[in-house]
Ligand binder design. Structure first.
Ligand code: SF4
Length: 266
């Protein structure tokens, strides 16, 4: 689950950076990272679905460095309270009928809580390297017709323009479930993908003085677009197969700090 601020460009940027600076449990370093002099050797890149939203969008250089060079951005402190919210959301929805997620969903039950998935190696036309997907989804619904729905919980601005970015992450979980590596969780077919977005709107206090946050809940569903997802993986492979990392984002304070440190030798 990801926490994003609800307003203010600067705050959004801060949260966006927090989102890809290593807080997601599935985020990790490529296990077959490429070092200097290894540029031409085909790889099997490990891709974390949670990197497909903000890390990819914000800076291709950081994405390349993290996956291909095992040089990820520094981790920042992540308040434990967000882990508590994740756990509460999962526990609340686990076992509920799909209609409690959203009335538009077919009959079913929230049957799986947080679970790891891993795909078989994926071959992308035009690339000698392959990739595989490894990550942890929030929840999966088992529908009565035998199909599945992958859902992710977000505490965020429920109208945020950033929300479509999560479609790739959900597609990645669906792909990994339908094309699971041997011994990994396999569920198929995955017919629905969506976000349960909660935006805190109000606060109340009970007789014992306890505080409750009141939130608007919005279900945001994404249509399966497997061709589009494969095209996206092709773009990812294009970046990973570059002999050198792409240019840094000129507005990134962290890279400016690194450049200043090099220049001043401090
Ligand atoms: S500009 Fe530099 S530090 Fe900033 S996101 Fe890109 S590679 Fe990472």
């Amino acid at each position: 689950m990801t926490i994003l601020s609800s307003s203010g460009g600067e705050r959004v940027e801060r949260w966006v950076q927090a989102d890809f600076l290593g807080h997601d449990a599935e985020a990790g370093l490529g296990i077959e990272a490429r070092g200097p002099g290894q540029e031409s050797r085909p790889q099997n890149w490990k891709l974390s679905p949670s990197d497909f939203a903000f890390l990819w969008e914000y800076c291709k250089r950081c994405f390349h460095l993290k996956v291909a060079r095992q040089f990820g951005p520094p981790r920042t402190p992540f308040p434990g309270i967000f882990g508590v919210i994740d756990k509460l959301m999962n526990e609340f929805f686990n076992g509920l009928p799909s209609s409690d997620v959203d009335p538009s969903l077919p009959p079913g039950t929230v049957a799986y809580g947080e679970s790891w998935v891993e795909s078989e190696p994926i071959t992308i036309p035009g690339h000698t390297s392959t990739c595989f997907l490894r990550g942890k989804f929030d929840s999966v619904i088992r529908f009565e017709d035998g199909s599945y729905g992958v859902i992710d919980f977000k505490t965020t601005n429920t109208r945020g323009h950033h929300l479509p970015l999560y479609s790739r992450q959900l597609h990645a979980y669906a792909y990994a479930l339908e094309n699971a590596a041997p011994g990994k969780l396999a569920l198929s077919p995955v017919t629905r993908l969506g976000l349960v977005c909660v935006q805190p709107m109000d606060i109340s206090r009970d007789a014992e003085g306890r505080i409750s946050y009141i939130g608007e809940v919005r279900w945001i569903e994404f249509n399966r677009d497997d061709d589009g997802f494969m095209r996206f993986l092709g773009e990812v492979m294009d970046v990973l197969d570059l002999p050198e990392p792409p240019e840094a984002s000129p507005s990134c304070a962290l890279c400016k700090y690194r450049d200043d440190a090099r220049r001043t030798q401090l």
